[in-house]
Design a protein around this ligand. Structure first.
Ligand code: FAD
Ligand code: DLZ
Ligand code: SF4
Length: 513
């Protein structure tokens, strides 16, 4: 029997100390982690995102060493680093020092393909094993919808709830309903103040210098060399506790609200920690349910169900869509949209107040919450007919939590309907009405949300109707949009012509809006 150790790869989003690999240290394995240009440059990442990944990886390697695991950590500036995941592994295996190569199933198709073709080339036995993070397996979606024509998130979510016994009583949903979505749509009233954010201070000047010296292109800013994101398991658990104590009781009610003074509202800020697997969805859900059981008078079923749905429902559903439809999903462009992304996505310089707030916040915090991503920047991009490749590139770079398996179905699918209805049953579009209903953005805007045409008319209004007119052939038979076409058809020809002129004008001067 060989006495050489196994080489085990841990990727930057596989920092799961609860994985069975780490149940006890052994001389039989060396854990390989590497900082590589390939991953730091596959998109132009936000500076907070790259730094957060690097710090989280370094902290994880240290934790493994503290627990007496053997770790081989390649830094970005190491001479022997070939800066490609597969090439580094190949070189190490060639040295003859390892008896086998093992890796955890990657979450990104690109990396999955690179590692499975590497496995075929290597001269030692190789094995891929589960990352032990998600509730469901990659093919659970196919299993749930076998023989059915389309996917419905709600049906998927109910299956997950049943399989994992989440919020059930005698097999039935607690409270008598599966979904309290209708109670999740409130504007933030003046009487309700979100808690201060729990931010972490960490001097990252060394990593910033490393990135600068390595000329890694980035976007956005980082607050005076400090990183606010939870990048260790204990920080992630602290964030989860903080959320349960201070935000969960209002999570559902205000999850769709937007406000100029409150960037994070009652959101958990857990997506980065979960996406790099510092904490698991099951842990997050169980902790939140425990808090709800402890304080049922303060935390209503609508709050806890709204939260569980995001994680057990949307997060797992998106992963299922990704693995069922990649790699072709990445090229879908149902509306054949091709317009370039306007400059304000990169610098925030626009007079549309909602866009300005959502973009400035993204550039400053590497964060925007779901409705800002979906109904402000995503909605605008869809109405304006922006090329989905450029939209993906922006979303994949700008958010600290952006990893392709979850970014792509959310962006190309949910927000752009570029998949023609795989993720959602209809495009998420709206005029300025919805933004005005859910936020205080419009009162401080140069544009007037109340008017469709004429001087100062809100661009979302004419662009919304223009979008419906442009894509009538593809959309009018969709029963979920039929109502909008009936409203459009009730407008006089003069009004429709005016909307068309207004929208064409705005599209013509899109860089100046
Ligand atoms: P909370 O509002 O506190 O929600 C709790 C958790 O639920 C989140 O941490 C997340 O894990 C999960 N969740 C909520 N909504 C979704 C969803 N639609 N899909 C998957 N998980 C969800 N999320 C990412 O993690 N990475 C991305 O790259 C990403 N890109 C997105 C792009 C677009 C266009 C849209 C519309 C949404 C995107 N989302 C993405 C989903 C969602 O916006 C973020 O998960 C959320 O804003 C993260 O903030 P939070 O942790 O405070 O979430
Ligand atoms: C996002 C990211 C970055 C910026 N850098 C690294 C890295 O240097 N090394 C690494 O192993 N992973 C990194 N990651 C996360 C990877 O992109 C992620 O692990 C793969 O895409 C698989 O999902
Ligand atoms: Fe946005 Fe229109 Fe409201 Fe201005 S008026 S904030 S552009 S929705």
């Amino acid at each position: 029997m060989s006495t050489k150790p196994i080489l085990r790869l841990v990727l930057g989003d596989q920092l799961n100390i609860k994985h069975s690999w780490f149940s006890q240290p052994s001389k039989d394995a060396v854990y390989l982690m590497m900082e590589v240009r390939e991953e730091a440059t596959y998109a132009k990442h936000h500076i907070q995102k790259v730094v957060a990944f690097f710090v989280a990886m370094r902290e994880f390697a240290q934790e493994l060493r503290r627990r007496k695991f053997q770790v081989l950590y390649l830094t970005l500036d190491q001479k022997s680093n070939l800066h490609l995941l597969a090439a580094n592994v190949e070189e190490l295996v060639k040295s003859g020092d390892y008896s086998a190569f093992e890796y955890l199933l990657p979450d990104e198709h690109r990396v999955d393909s690179a590692l499975s073709s590497l496995a075929k080339r290597l001269s030692v036995p190789t094995r891929a094993i589960d990352s032990e993070h998600f509730l469901t397996q990659r093919d659970f979606l196919t299993e749930v919808f076998r023989g059915r024509k389309r996917y419905i998130m709600e049906n998927f979510y109910r299956e997950v709830r049943k399989r994992y016994d989440l919020l059930l009583e005698d097999g039935e949903p607690v409270g008598g309903r599966w979904n309290y979505d209708s109670e999740n749509r409130n504007r933030l009233p003046d009487s309700v103040t979100p808690p201060p954010i729990l931010s972490f201070k960490r001097d990252v000047s060394d990593i910033l210098k490393l990135h600068k010296n390595s000329k890694i292109p980035t976007i956005g800013s980082i607050p005076s060399d400090d990183l606010p994101w939870p990048v260790t398991r204990s920080e992630a658990l602290e964030t989860l506790d903080y959320f349960c104590q201070h935000s969960l009781h209002h999570f559902g009610s205000y999850q769709d609200a937007m406000h100029t003074e409150h960037r994070f509202l009652f959101h958990s800020r857990l997506s980065f920690s979960m996406n790099v697997k510092l904490i698991s969805p099951r842990e997050v859900i169980d902790r939140a349910i425990k808090e709800w059981r402890k304080r049922p008078k303060q935390i209503t079923i609508a709050q806890i169900e709204g939260f569980v749905r995001q994680i057990a429902g949307w997060r797992e559903f998106m992963r299922g869509i990704y693995w069922t439809h990649m790699p072709s999903y990445k090229d879908l462009n149902f509306f054949n949209h091709s317009r370039a992304l306007p400059h304000y996505f990169w610098d925030g310089k626009t007079s549309m107040n909602c866009m300005k707030h959502a973009i400035d916040q993204s550039l400053e915090d590497a964060y925007a919450h779901h409705i800002q991503r979906l109904m402000v920047t995503g909605n605008f991009s869809l109405l304006a007919g922006i090329d989905p490749d450029q939209i993906d590139e922006w979303y994949l770079g700008i958010y600290a939590d952006a990893v392709e398996w979850v970014q792509l179905p959310n962006t190309r699918g949910m927000s752009q309907f570029a998949d023609g209805g795989i993720v959602g049953t209809k495009p998420y579009t709206s005029s300025g009405n919805y933004i005005n209903k859910m936020s205080n953005y419009c009162s401080g805007c140069r544009y007037n949300q109340k008017i469709r045409t004429g001087e100062g008319a809100c661009p979302f209004n004419s662009l919304y109707w223009h979008f419906l007119m442009r894509h009538r052939a593809k959309l009018e038979n969709n029963p979920r949009i039929g109502m909008a076409y009936r409203t459009l058809d009730k407008l006089s020809k003069t009004d429709r012509d005016a909307i068309e002129r207004q929208a064409n004008h705005y599209l013509h001067i899109i860089e100046e809006l």
